[in-house]
Design a protein around this ligand. Structure first.
Ligand code: SAH
Length: 198
């Protein structure tokens, strides 16, 4: 296959923005796959912050990081991502290279615990502010569970109203797979531009 899956694509774009020594946030640790990916990419001199509201998710993430010897470069918060602005070190404002969000429910976990539009939007608002110029935010959107469609619509509405001079926005979809996730990627432009041709 030449075309990447949605999850591979998310990592591909994040990798462009996050170099060794960089700073990243996993807004939804879940089983910890993306947290580990970010920790590997940030390297021993980088730092990764992870959020999840479920202890079960954080335990799985911690185990995975431990198995790869990466616990030292990661700080996990048992808290909702909507609280990022109070929990992240304030000196990181405007300096974070990448944020990853994988919405929906924890696979193999309690499917009733899902991310929700209001809190997801609050986190995205913070992420757009705290991102460094040239940084990337990836959001995997799921529509197959109750409330998923509404959340995806709310996130797409938010993204489609970001000023084009400040953010480049891309949405990758699989139109022949109705319930497959789609990927939203936001890139903060290096210099705000006002030209409507951008
Ligand atoms: N749907 C994806 C995995 C998503 S995991 C897949 O199928 O692969 C989503 C994680 O977000 C879950 O672990 C859940 O506990 C967490 N979550 C839900 N609300 C949250 C919030 N407000 N802040 C941070 N994490 C949250």
């Amino acid at each position: 296959m030449i075309l990447p899956s949605i999850l591979e694509s998310a990592r591909h774009w994040v990798r462009q923005a996050l170099s060794p020594g960089g700073i990243a946030v996993d807004g939804t640790c879940g089983n910890g796959h993306d947290t580990l990916f970010l920790a590997e990419r940030a390297g021993p001199d980088g730092m990764v912050y992870g959020f999840d509201i479920q202890q079960e998710a954080l335990s799985k993430t911690r185990e995975r990081l431990h198995a790869h010897g990466m616990t030292e470069r990661v700080q996990l918060f048992h808290a909702g991502h909507e609280r990022m602005h109070e929990l992240l070190p304030s000196e990181l404002r405007g300096r974070i290279d990448a944020f990853m969000f994988n919405l929906g429910y924890l696979p193999k976990g309690d499917t009733r615990v899902v991310t929700r539009p209001e809190t997801t939007l609050a986190a995205l608002e913070t992420a757009t502010e705290w991102l460094t110029p040239g940084g990337i935010i990836s959001v995997c959107l799921y529509t197959g569970h109750p409330g998923g469609r509404e959340e995806a619509d709310a996130v797409l509405h938010f993204a489609s109203h970001l000023p084009p001079g400040a953010f480049q926005v891309m949405h990758q979809q699989l139109p022949n797979r109705r319930e497959a996730p789609s990927l939203l990627v936001l890139e903060k432009r290096n210099r705000p531009r006002s030209s409507s041709r951008d």
